[in-house]
Design a protein around this ligand. Structure first.
Ligand code: A3P
Length: 297
């Protein structure tokens, strides 16, 4: 997007989030009850925020029509550690936040503050087919001008860099592999889910996320259809069509509508040539070899 990125501990981090990221490492103290939503940008973070918020707070907003999601963009309900909380403060005060605190971050696993990794807090990683992520990110940059005079890279050039791992919070394969391995090592601590799987069977995953977080649905709640109601509330169609997500802005610059573009699996086929996807497929195969993680390309 025209803003400089720097390589730190093997990952390309945006230069002006460098200080916040170092502050988080130094000051952020996770509580055992915290929920940390992690993802590579444009993997469906907004969706995961809406789902986790609805699941963990359902004792407060007991009916769907009380949900703050109806009037607030998910990003104002679940802040990003690096973009929202530490961007302007070295050590923000979280005293006023009630449990469970839910935070999101795009920071790679090994760069997370120690207390997140060492405490009992739960981490959910949402992963998406990198080619869909790449196309989604491109549209996001074209929709929101981060720098006034920035000229977006041509598709070919941006794709070349993506293939070389040069991308905000990239390389994408290392980002996902580190969380994948953390999940394999400690599945109680790190839940690893794929955007494509959520699209396929959202009610199954709403139930699974709730169980993972220690917020299982009671038989009574299941009978009342709460899982289906939450799934529907957080669906792309529902969120996209809410007034708040049509015309308003988050943080003064980001169009809320830009977080709800198409919400589909496989949109990359409309933009990338077979040669491009073949090239990426080979890269992914070699990077993910033996890991047990795979994508349909
Ligand atoms: P597309 O650009 O492919 O449509 P993030 O939230 O990490 O910024 O990712 C944004 C992507 O997730 C966008 O993808 C967006 O449309 C999609 N998305 C947002 N909310 C969604 C939802 N409730 N269900 C499915 N996809 C959603």
């Amino acid at each position: 997007d025209g803003r400089p990125i720097v390589k730190y501990d093997g990952f390309w981090l945006p230069l002006f989030y460098f200080r916040p990221i170092l502050s988080i490492q130094k000051y952020f103290k996770a509580k055992d009850s915290d929920i940390i939503l992690t993802s590579f940008p444009k993997s469906g973070t907004t969706w995961l925020k809406a789902l986790a918020f609805s699941i963990a707070n359902r004792n407060i907003y007991t009916t769907i029509d009380q949900s703050p999601l109806l009037t607030r963009n998910p990003h104002t309900l679940v802040p990003f550690l690096e973009f929202d909380l530490y961007a302007d403060h070295d050590n923000p005060d979280f005293q006023h936040l009630s449990d469970p605190r839910i935070f999101a971050t795009h920071i790679p696993f090994k760069i997370l503050p120690e207390s997140i990794r060492e405490s009992e807090c739960k981490i959910i990683y949402l992963c998406r087919n990198p080619l869909d992520q790449f196309i989604s990110h491109r549209h996001f940059l074209l929709e929101n001008k981060f720098l006034k005079d920035a000229v977006p890279l041509e598709l070919d050039e941006a794709f070349n860099m993506f293939c070389e791992g040069i991308h905000i919070f990239g390389p994408i394969w290392d980002h996902m592999l580190d969380y994948w391995n953390a999940h394999l090592k400690n599945p109680e601590k790190v839940l690893f889910i794929k955007y494509e799987d959520l699209k396929e069977d959202i009610t199954f995953y709403v139930k699974m996320i709730a169980e993972f977080l220690g917020y299982s649905f009671s038989v009574e709640e299941e009978k009342q259809g709460l899982i289906e109601q939450i799934s529907k509330l957080c669906s792309f169609e529902n969120l996209k069509n809410l007034e708040v997500n049509k015309n308003e802005y988050t943080g003064g610059v980001l169009k809320n509508s830009s977080f709800f573009r198409k919400g589909e699996v496989g949109d990359w086929t409309n933009y990338l040539t077979p040669a491009m996807s073949e090239r990426f497929k080979k890269i992914m195969e070699s990077k993910l070899e033996g890991s047990g993680l795979f994508f349909k390309i």
